[in-house]
Design a protein around this ligand. Structure first.
Ligand code: PLP
Length: 396
């Protein structure tokens, strides 16, 4: 007789964004006349840039010729891509060895799978609110999850409490959903704490490319991080790769726990359970890091940043509290009139057709807040802000 994993009953029945999609589909069926403006799920809308498409086309043609055909690739990813990423890290002020870089099919799977390197007795410390993958993937396998309050009083950037024991620590900066980003001095506190506790930080840098202020874009710009941190990054938001699937994870060889190299363990795990990322995708990813690729991606990011600025201006005019938007594509706003976050979701959708993400979906501290994503087309963002303003000021 098969027995199902009992821990599935501990997680919400559907993934947050599936629930949103379900409610939006229901609404759209009932109101076919109303245009839906999607500012909920953080999916990009700008197409891939020309250097990426050229590399993708060429690599696809390579696959059609015996002389240039590529079958299974190297376990950690092709050296050409790992070298390009090492150079990129250098431009961010971080020294990362290409040997320590693992190419992945995106950040989500690595964020969910990395805890396999640790005993189930080792709890995961995560912030609340948080990107739900950290929480659900750990609960799903029966790992204990402990929460750290991210609230307005600490600018949604909780710091370590030296009286609290930690094993695995998830940090995300700039954070999803709040858009808050740690300073160098705050990240140093986390690194010092992890070293003191022999804990390991899983540092999600998926939104590093959105940082505009003088803030760290990699945890490896912080002294000591190579001995206590794994960094997970993605081309999804940096280069519009949500539908391409490519990211990278750095597991430094200097990271050793109980005499075991986490780098070697991760290589063992990945080579057992994964067969790498497609050759054309890795060539396309390499093109992201070329001077032309980086410049084109910056243009797209600048466009999303101007969307975020438009949202921030509207909320300023409406006198609504918010954070984020500056170093992040997300604006984290307080729901007006003391509304609950699902209540605001439903009312906003009903009145304007605008879809956002209810803060409660990211954890209990998200109740009363709402996340707007800046990834929509500029005219859609402007329209959404106009509709929001009209609705809230005129009661339309
Ligand atoms: N990490 C954070 C904080 C995210 O918000 C997302 C996607 O929205 C991811 C990781 C997933 O990225 P990927 O598309 O590379 O799996």
């Amino acid at each position: 007789m098969s027995q199902i994993n009992p821990y599935f009953s501990q997680i919400p029945q559907s993934y947050l964004f599936s629930e949103i999609a379900h409610r939006v589909a229901k609404h759209a069926a009932a109101r076919p006349d109303q245009k839906i403006i999607r500012m909920g799920i953080g999916d990009v809308t700008r197409p891939l840039c020309a250097p990426v498409i050229q590399a993708l086309e060429k690599a696809s043609r390579d696959q059609g010729e015996a002389v240039s055909f590529h079958g299974y690739g190297p376990e950690q990813g092709y050296p050409f891509l790992r070298q390009a990423i090492q150079n990129y890290y250098r431009s961010l002020g971080a020294e990362v060895d290409a040997e320590d870089i693992f190419i992945s099919d995106g950040a989500k799977s690595d964020l969910a799978n990395l805890p396999e390197l640790f005993s189930l007795d080792c709890p995961a410390l995560i912030t609340d609110p948080v990107y739900p993958v950290y929480r659900d993937s750990n609960l799903m396998v029966g790992r204990r999850v402990e929460y750290l309050d991210a609230v307005r009083e600490n600018q949604f950037l909780p710091l370590p409490d030296s009286s609290q024991k930690a094993g695995i620590i998830y940090l995300c900066s700039p954070a999803n959903p709040t858009g808050a980003a740690y300073t160098r001095q705050q990240l140093q506190q986390w690194v010092d704490y992890a070293l003191e506790q022999d804990a390991v930080i899983l540092y999600d840098a998926a939104y590093e490319a959105f940082i505009q202020e003088d803030l760290p874009r990699s945890i490896y710009t912080i002294p000591g991080a190579e001995k206590c941190a794994i960094e997970i990054c993605s081309l999804s938001k940096t280069a519009g790769f949500t539908g391409m699937r490519c990211g990278y994870t750095v597991v430094p060889r200097a990271l050793v726990r109980e005499g075991h190299s986490l780098h070697d363990m991760w290589l063992r795990r990945q080579s057992t359970k994964m067969n790498g990322v497609a050759y054309p995708i890795q060539r396309a990813a390499e093109a992201v890091f070329s001077p032309e690729g980086l410049a084109a991606c910056r243009e797209n990011i600048a466009l999303y940043q101007s969307n975020a600025a438009c949202m921030a201006r509207t909320l300023d005019q409406l006198g609504i509290w918010y954070c984020g938007g500056k170093n992040s594509p997300y604006v984290w706003m307080e729901c007006p009139g003391g509304m609950g976050s699902w209540e605001f979701f439903d009312k906003l959708l009903d009145a304007t057709g605008v879809v956002g993400t209810p803060g409660e979906g990211f954890g209990k501290n998200g109740e009363g807040y709402f996340r707007l994503s800046a990834f929509a087309a500029p005219d859609q963002v402007q329209l959404a802000m106009e509709l929001l303003r009209n609705w809230l000021t005129k009661g339309d």
